[in-house]
Design a binder for this molecule. Structure first.
Ligand SMILES: CCC(=O)SCCNC(=O)CCNC(=O)[C@H](O)C(C)(C)COP(=O)(O)OP(=O)(O)OC[C@H]1O[C@@H](n2cnc3c(N)ncnc32)[C@H](O)[C@@H]1OP(=O)(O)O
Ligand SMILES: NC(=O)c1ccc[n+]([C@@H]2O[C@H](COP(=O)([O-])OP(=O)(O)OC[C@H]3O[C@@H](n4cnc5c(N)ncnc54)[C@H](O)[C@@H]3O)[C@@H](O)[C@H]2O)c1
Length: 330
């Protein structure tokens, strides 16, 4: 592989929808000040959506998905970055309308790039990826809204997924009692190893009925599932509690009522990693390298795959079969 002729995963929508590894040249890459030799990427739910015809993520074809990448600067027209700097680039338009991380090279605007923080390797940064970043942002939002370990148990939904696994681990590292909700009987040991204090089945959160108000079970929740489970857990949050909402794996509609908000003062906190401002972004990556950093990041790796394996593994997240993170080594 050379910069003149390198491999990338290309999704295309001609007569048929295709997802395959192609050869690209630097001329194929979009505009940007910094050329990066990509070392690692990872798979997020959004990347799996980008690899199906009706995923509503990719804005034009042919396209290279991958919302996350970490690598080494090859050339830079911006004084903030120089050759051989190790960097992370996630979110913004990357993997949506700007060619992303499922590629041996990426050209990225300097204002979207984060210097690799001390305390993380490129590989560790991509084990964390947008999923871990979103979990960290969710926990920080709860802190900012007065949630601390003495308040009581914190629920994490979709606990075995990328966002969920990191939420369990970060909350446990900070001394919270974590109740992990999962539909996967086989993954209880995994969740305990990440620091879950207790594990509940999905039905404990949502049994098919959404009450206006239910028993007050949790001080707060990190939710990446959305839909009816989110509506149901909102009615079971303690007085003055908060819920950080980041995802939609169970659906986009939120059939709740005003009661948790007006009778219990519950706060629903929106979490967006994509356009998260750079000052907050730098601080979150710093925390992920220090007080939020899990003891053993290898525990989160479900699988390490190559570009060639991506067409087969991308659907795993859409089937709800994720356990932690799938790392992509370039
Ligand atoms: C890592 C982060 C994640 O995983 S987030 C999960 C993945 N995201 C999704 O599944 C969202 C995909 N988008 C959609 O389904 C649609 O665009 C939704 C949000 C339903 C809106 O559809 P529709 O009512 O047809 O309007 P539209 O597409 O014309 O957009 C309306 C305005 O909203 C904006 N918008 C759209 N998508 C995003 C986005 N992802 N982030 C921020 N803004 C978004 C559009 O630009 C548009 O605004 P404007 O009119 O251009 O000012
Ligand atoms: N807001 C943001 O900035 C942001 C950032 C990252 C991810 N997300 C969103 O968060 C969600 C999770 O992303 P991820 O990368 O962790 O995905 P993932 O596939 O790794 O994890 C999803 C988890 O949800 C579980 N799940 C699926 N359907 C469910 C249901 N009906 N009820 C309960 N649990 C269910 C799965 O078993 C899995 O554990 C996605 O919707 C993604 O789009 C948002």
């Amino acid at each position: 592989m050379t910069a003149e002729n390198f491999s990338a995963l290309v999704v295309n929508k001609d007569d048929a929808f295709t997802v395959k590894v192609n050869k690209l040249t630097l001329e194929d890459l979009p505009k940007g000040e910094v050329l990066i030799k990509v070392s690692y990427s990872g798979i997020n739910y959004k990347d799996s959506l980008a690899s199906i015809p009706d995923g509503k993520i990719v804005t034009s074809y042919p396209f290279v998905p991958g919302i996350d990448l970490a690598g080494t600067v090859v050339s830079s027209e911006d004084s903030r970055f120089k050759i051989d700097d190790e960097v992370i680039a996630t979110s913004y338009e990357i993997g949506v309308s700007h060619f992303g991380g499922f590629s041996e090279y990426a050209r990225i605007p300097a204002q979207w790039i984060v210097p690799l923080p001390k305390g993380l390797s490129l590989k560790e940064a991509m084990v964390i990826g947008t999923a871990g970043f979103t979990a960290a942002l969710s926990v920080q939002k709860l802190e900012e809204n007065g949630i601390h370990p003495e308040k009581g148990k914190i629920l994490v939904t979709g606990a075995t997924g990328g966002v969920g696994s990191f939420a369990v681990s970060i909350l446990s590292t900070l001394g919270y009692q974590v109740e992990a909700s999962t539909g996967k009987e086989s993954e209880h040991e995994y969740l305990q190893s990440l620091g879950a204090t207790t594990i509940v089945n999905r039905e404990e959160v949502y049994d098919g009925k959404i009450k206006a108000l239910g028993k007050q079970k949790w001080a707060a929740a990190v939710d990446s599932v959305g839909g009816e489970p989110l509506a149901s857990l909102l009615s079971q949050i303690q007085y003055g509690g908060a819920v950080a909402c980041s995802g939609l794996t169970a659906g986009t509609q939120l059939p709740t009522s005003v009661f948790p908000f007006i009778l219990r003062g519950v706060s629903l906190l929106g979490v967006d990693s994509v356009y998260c401002p750079m000052d907050i972004r730098l601080n979150i990556w710093h925390r992920l390298a220090t007080d939020f950093k899990p003891a053993n990041l290898n525990d989160f790796i479900q699988q390490e795959v190559t570009l060639q394996q991506l067409p087969d593994v991308l659907p795993i997240l859409l089937k709800g079969q994720a356990r932690g993170r799938i790392l992509v080594a370039l």
